[in-house]
Design a protein around this ligand. Sequence first.
Ligand SMILES: Cc1ncc(COP(=O)(O)O)c(C=O)c1O
Length: 475
Amino acid sequence: MKRYESVALTLTEEIEGGIYKPGERLPGVRKLAALFTVSVSTVVEALKIVEDQGLLDVAERSGHFVAYPTHRLNTPVQKEGAGTYKAVLKPYPVTQSEWVMNLVRATLASDVVQLGAAVPHSDFLAVKGVNKALKAVCAHTQDHSDHYDFAPGYEPLRGQIALRMQDVHCKVQQAEVVITNGCQNALVLALKAVTQPGDVVAIESPTFYGLLHVIESLGLQALEIPTDPISGISLSALSLAFEQWDVKACVLIPNYGNPLGHCMSDIDKRQLVTLAKKAKVQLIEDDIYGDLGLSNQRSLPLLSFGPDVIYCSSFSKTLSPGLRVGWVISGQHQERIEYLQYVNSLSAPTLAQRAVYEYLRYQSYDRYLREVRSRYRQQLHKVRSLIYTSFPEGTKVSEPAGGFVLWVECPATVSTLTLYEDALAKNISIAPGPMFSPRKKYQRCFRVNCAQPWGARFQWALVTLGGLVERQLAP
Ligand SMILES: Cc1ncc(COP(=O)(O)O)c(C=O)c1O
């Protein structure tokens, strides 16, 4: 082991062992050099490694601070005290585009085991019902493809969506629903409507990488807010961020966030809405996993706690990602969003909108949801158990409240970028941790898509990944 690696290891152990506490400043570089009897450049190299593991945050001109444990897995909820994040949060431009296309291409290869992208295998989607709906639309409707359904979109579908939103305590009328090309498009439209290039947007950390690409493409700056794998975004950190920076918007996934699977409590949601209103920050809620909670109680959207929230969602995780049908509810921003929708893509697809309407109107979406939630409960349990038996000691796995992905934290020195390369060579695709952070943190974490048939191939892939991690730890 090189000298700087050994210093990095010692610092890692000291941080993990609690010798340096979250929020605490490490001794300066010179002091550390003296303590370890190494050169300053050795300390600088070592600190880079520890920072890459997500254990340190660097505050310009202030030094290195122990990061708050954003991936606190398998431990009880603790609330951090306010006042501790002041020095460590800073917005950063996002440079993520190099990653995503590799992952996207891997999803097109049929010989690759798809543990990377969060796309359910067709076994878990309402494929049969959607096919039936598509057939019915083609058989009964003459006018489904000879025109644009300009924004706000197909009226009967908007009516069905409004009814579902009312079921989860959101006071939404049909006229307020704008159909989009999926949830990603809804997020783009929402952010475009409320920001200008250069603006600061607060996000959960780690967060869905698709959002990072949107932020990158719009020239915005991302401010990563520590996020607990159980209770969600840290409200104390967010409150300080609002004080310290001119934050224009905060985009978050309060129900079953991707990749952590956390779910905010109603109390925290209410507090968040109040906090954002006071700070004049636009909340943008991505509720794409909202219907996929593992308990039978549907967790309420942020929108049900305040009408100023912009709400984005889609049917991509339940009915079909390929239909590209999502929606946005945006209150006072609706007119601008409809215009942006027109500029971006003229309209959402006509045939797909009718098929989703047909499905919602004449088939039992709720029965499908009940069944798939129960399958995800079992599936997540099986995958977690297999990871615990196949991965080296010290590996931790999230316990999501919903959705179908797991977040895995490997022992400290593991690089999931290396794991990503090694796994792809064996035709296994994973989503490495740094994809989920603008600063490419979470070097030792990765996300697993569990919505795959529980067959020999899937199990082989998980066991193989465990072996590859083991290999990295071998002396
Ligand atoms: C949290 C989250 N938001 C949005 C999207 C994109 O959704 P859509 O396919 O509807 O555009 C995804 C897809 O992975 C997601 O996980």
